[in-house]
Design a protein around this ligand. Structure first.
Ligand SMILES: [Zn+2]
Ligand SMILES: [Zn+2]
Length: 142
């Protein structure tokens, strides 16, 4: 009997003692969590290459160049960043979070002028120059 609790085995990858059911077979050396992680990394690369023509490692290269964050909002995300591309030409533009890719750019219809004008609007709200600093309150009182 080789050490450890009965029915438990040490995974070669994560070095955790895991129950027998986490292994594919009696001889399996890597637990299912580690196998899944390995697969998803590979399948992600495969998808990147099929869909966007990114070579192996290019996604990581882009991510590193962007400092590991979304190219627009620069917020670190737990979810993997999406490969943003121009829907008309297919040009790969960079890596974006779901909010920026799915909401921000979609709302602005990928129009740089709209986004520039949105930035101007926020920095210099037109109402302030017309009616002064008026504040909205829920109950209508000033
Ligand atoms: Zn493991
Ligand atoms: Zn973002």
């Amino acid at each position: 009997m080789s050490g450890g609790r009965k029915g438990y085995r040490k995974c070669d990858k994560c070095r955790r003692n895991r129950a027998e059911r986490f292994f594919v077979s009696k001889r399996g050396r890597t637990c299912s969590s580690c196998r899944k992680r390995g697969r998803s990394k590979t399948s992600h690369e495969l998808r990147m290459s099929r869909t966007y023509g990114l070579a192996r490692g290019e996604y990581d290269e882009l991510l590193k160049a962007q400092g590991g964050v979304c190219a627009i909002c620069e917020q670190p995300r737990r979810q993997r960043l999406s490969v943003d591309h121009d829907h008309r030409t297919g040009l790969v533009r960079g890596l974006l979070c779901r909010m920026c890719n799915g909401r921000l750019l979609t709302s602005a219809r990928d129009n740089p002028e709209t986004l520039r004008s949105a930035a101007d609007y926020l920095e210099c709200p037109p109402a302030v120059s017309i009616i002064g600093r008026r504040y909205h309150t829920e109950d209508g009182r000033p």
